[in-house]
Design a binder for this molecule. Sequence first.
Ligand code: ZN
Length: 254
Amino acid sequence: MQVFIRNPRKFRRGSLKKEDITVFNKKLKQSGISPLIIHSSYTLNLATPKKFLHWITVKEFIADLVEAEKIHADYFVVHVGCHKGTTEEKGLNRVVKALKKILKETPELKINVLLENTAGMGTSLGHTFSHYRVIFEALAFPDRLGVCLDTAHAFSAGYTINTPEGIEKLLAEVNDSVGVKRIKVIHLNDTADECGSHKDRHVHIGQGNIGEAGFSCLINHASFADVPLILETPKNEDDDDKMNLETVKKLYIS
Ligand SMILES: [Zn+2]
């Protein structure tokens, strides 16, 4: 299960209430749902060139991690960030600097930080695994750092994951940079956009350019056998989530 723990489009205002944390933890335990994934707020930008935004990103990131651990979350997913018209190299350096501070100030936490790949829209980083190699190497491959692979973003970024060959090519790049074991979560989304378009419009599983055949190869691939899948598909009707879940189940060879 993946949730937000606060308004994703605003800076932090207050914290989760103690009684809410208690109720949530009790219900989570009863439900048996695992793992629990927190999606970060979109206001955080690890790659920002602005000093104030860097400062507030680090501060709120740490507060979010502490709070996420209180509700027993396993993973905290964050987009790599936007360099805002500086350079990719400078942006990646700032990501490293921010993550170094965050990890250093939270040594007691067990929650893992997962960097999500992007479609490469605008100045966003993390659309190629060469970026991951730079970040992970600079931080000396910390145990608490992993990757969240978003299928729609990967396709839009130029990975032809709608074919078995394209999936192998992606896996080869992942293995060359951080290792496939670092992929801890998959965001399962189809896309309305062309491969290499760097656009980001999620659609229902099987109804976009990745298609049912593409998803069948992906979710049944041995490399992803133990990786949890999270749907981030559109929800226009109440039954949309159920429908997407049914499609995934239909494609899954148990
Ligand atoms: Zn995603």
